[in-house]
Ligand binder design. Structure first.
Ligand SMILES: Nc1nc2c(ncn2[C@@H]2O[C@H](COP(=O)(O)OP(=O)(O)OP(=O)(O)O)[C@@H](O)[C@H]2O)c(=O)[nH]1
Ligand SMILES: [Mg+2]
Length: 199
């Protein structure tokens, strides 16, 4: 098991088009999820680097594929959110195409963190993204954010429901509760990423 220096993560680049994705040698760990689920916040909280990824109260904030360098040869990728109706249609179509292609085809992609609001997990779009990942046997970590908005009991129930849905893929899929403001779940998320790096 490696120990990563998460707080040394740096911004590498933003790409708006497939052709602009960096030509990396190494592996990528991407964060996907509905708009406003808390992907960018999770990247900041997990790395411990304040304002590394831009966050916003306005859904649809991340409209590029943003690359961060965790350590030589390991990249964290903040993907644009899906499912937000107010992004102009042309932009949304472009983003959805690049997102689907990224998850299904991007060669260096090793693991996908699927970020979902724990109060509304496993929407149809989330299940589609998870299916894309499973069909190429990516490692998937289902990060249930905003756990601070639920009681302990509700949060445990939400986690159990997600675990049950994918119990037949227990070799690929893990599930955890997370809260950025409470800094809950950082060690568990880091341990998952560290495990993927060694696999
Ligand atoms: N209470 C609470 N709020 C959170 C949490 N994570 C994120 N938020 C808030 O949710 C909003 C959206 O967070 P972002 O991290 O920007 O969400 P995103 O998934 O990157 O959104 P897009 O870039 O639009 O796809 C912000 O107002 C955050 O402060 C959490 O764990 N708990
Ligand atoms: Mg974002």
């Amino acid at each position: 098991m490696t120990t990563c220096n998460f707080n040394k993560t740096t911004f590498l680049k933003s790409a708006a088009e497939w052709e602009h994705l960096p030509d990396v040698s190494g592996m990528e760990i991407a964060f996907a999820g509905r708009s406003n689920a808390g992907k960018s916040s999770a990247i900041n909280t997990i790395t411990g680097v304040h304002k590394l990824a831009k966050t916003s109260k306005t859904p649809g904030r991340t409209q590029y594929i943003n690359y961060f360098n965790l350590q030589p040869g390991v990249f964290l990728v903040d993907l644009p959110g899906y499912g937000y109706a107010k992004v102009p249609e042309a932009v949304r179509d472009r983003l959805q195409r690049i997102l689907g292609r990224f998850i299904s085809q991007r060669t260096p992609l090793k693991g996908l963190v699927v970020v979902m609001d724990s109060r509304h997990a496993l929407k149809p779009d989330d299940e589609t993204v998870i299916e894309w990942g499973l069909s190429r046997r990516l490692y998937l970590h289902l990060l249930l954010t905003k756990a601070d908005k639920l009681s302990h009991r509700q949060a445990q129930d939400a986690k159990r429901a997600v675990e049950q849905r994918y119990s037949e893929y227990a070799d690929l899929v893990s599930v955890q509760l997370f809260s950025s403001p409470k800094k809950q779940g950082i060690e568990e998320a880091r341990a998952c990423i560290e495990r993927w790096i060694t696999l």
